[in-house]
Write a protein that binds this ligand. Structure first.
Ligand SMILES: Cc1ncc(COP(=O)(O)O)c(C=O)c1O
Length: 355
């Protein structure tokens, strides 16, 4: 029999741009055990279906929702698409639109395309948060959802969720919060972002980002059953009779890994992690400023700073995995695997390149 060649996955040492991270070891182990179970057919795969219920309950605790509805999605993209899909399906309009700040993740562009919904993006204010006047001006009778971001992809900002919710509901639209990245950090801050802070309708919150679960583990949460029911289709050939998820067959690894990570880390482990991550971001922002580099204040553990394109390229050539914002700033996400030592080593390379 031919032996399969063992490949070594890339390690995380120099990865400063990713919103994923090294999973908790117990979560990784659990994920492997459930790799082939299919929560897409819960009547057949009952054990993993039970785990999914527990995982959604825990996600609800983290997001301030007592009786959460929802499921473990493939990621924030799917959760965002599903939120728009549910809002569109529940609304009575032939020309649906959604309103989101320009800081919203590009998955909403996909959602709009796939669902044939108009995406209205509106400007952000000086603090990179949704401009409320612009949102108010953009909503109309055909708006099916307003989207706010709790932890933006480029600057880690939190939109004014309660005010956005008011605008959405006044217009008869649903309010969706994209906390895909921020959801496991924000419980330890004073920000208003959750189901407990405003009567929001749905949320994306990803265990495979700051929840330290193995990929793929996204979270789609809804306040009411109606939202999930609006997504359900009949499934004649399965033991289960209907399915609300976007994907069909799903790996049980996402469910089991997410549950294990959350059981291991909520709340003390996540709190400690948030504090370390934020301290690292504050350190990095301080070091950039001390070098005269324009830096965006890290509200959450994400640092954006102006760097000459040649310096950026030289850092990449030195092996650092870094990315840029749409306007060209260096963007560093202080995920749990990004240590103070790694940042010090990055700064040493930066100094060498700039000298
Ligand atoms: C705020 C936000 N929403 C959604 C997504 C998409 O998540 P995924 O890549 O897991 O589909 C991301 C990814 O970085 C994100 O930052």
């Amino acid at each position: 029999m031919q032996r399969v060649r063992r490949r070594t996955p890339q390690d995380f040492d120099r990865v400063l741009s990713s919103m994923c991270t090294v999973p908790h070891p117990d979560a990784q182990e659990e994920a492997v055990r459930f790799l082939s179970a299919n929560p897409g057919d819960p009547a057949t795969y009952q054990t993993v279906a039970e785990l999914e219920g527990e995982a959604v309950d825990l996600l609800g605790k983290i997001a301030g929702l007592d009786r959460p509805e929802g499921y473990l999605a493939s990621g924030g993209t799917e959760a965002n698409i599903q939120a728009v899909r549910a809002a569109r399906n529940l609304a009575e309009t032939d020309a649906p639109n959604i309103v989101a700040p320009e800081s919203a993740h590009f998955s909403l562009t996909k959602a709009a395309e796939v669902l044939d919904v108009e995406l209205r993006t509106v400007p952000v204010d000086d603090g990179y948060r949704a401009n409320l006047d612009a949102v108010s001006a953009a909503v109309d009778a055909d708006t099916v959802a307003v989207i706010g971001v709790a932890g933006t992809t480029e600057y880690g900002r939190v939109d004014p969720i309660p005010a956005l919710t008011e605008i959405a509901h006044d217009a008869g639209a649903k309010m969706h919060v994209d906390a895909s990245w921020g959801g496991f950090l924000l419980p330890f801050t004073d920000h208003e972002w959750s189901f407990a802070d405003a009567p929001i309708d749905s949320m994306a919150i990803d265990p495979h980002k700051c929840g330290q679960a193995p990929v793929p583990a996204g979270g789609f949460l809804a306040r009411d059953r109606e939202t999930v029911d609006a997504l359900a289709v009949d499934t004649p050939y399965l033991e289960t009779t209907s399915q609300a998820t976007l994907t069909g067959t799903r790996s049980g690894a996402g469910v089991a890994g997410a549950l294990a990570a959350m059981e291991a880390l909520w709340p003390a482990g996540y709190r400690a992690s948030y504090r370390d991550q934020q301290a690292n971001a504050d350190y990095l922002a301080g070091e950039f400023s001390a070098r005269g580099i324009d830096t965006v204040d890290p509200v959450l553990p994400l640092v954006a700073a102006s760097l000459a394109p040649s310096t950026f390229e030289a850092l990449r050539e030195a092996g650092w995995r870094i990315s840029r914002t749409a306007t060209g700033e260096l963007r560093i996400v202080c995920m749990p695997h990004v240590t103070r030592e790694a940042l010090a080593s990055f700064l040493a390379d930066l100094d060498r390149i700039r000298s």
